[in-house]
Design a protein. Sequence first.
Length: 104
Amino acid sequence: MPESYDEKKNVSKHILPTSSNLLGLCFILINFLKFWKIDRKIDLVLDRFVGIAITLFLVASIFSYMSMRARKKAVFYERIADIIFLIGLFFITVISLMIAFEVL
């Protein structure tokens, strides 16, 4: 017998705490970038990328929460949260690589 969607996937309960933790990490990263003296051109790009990542993780957290609270559109909200969370992870990866290699 196939499992229901709730038993099979339900990733919202994982997306919400993880995205909120990464949101906090991004705020720490912004403060770190302010104290770390790097090239101004790279600093501007990093600030924008971290701002985008903060926004993505916030939106993923909101949709994840909405998914857990909604009854009719729970699957729809969870898919949106999942996609936005993955895009946020991509931005965090790019930010990390830019910091590690100091390239633009």
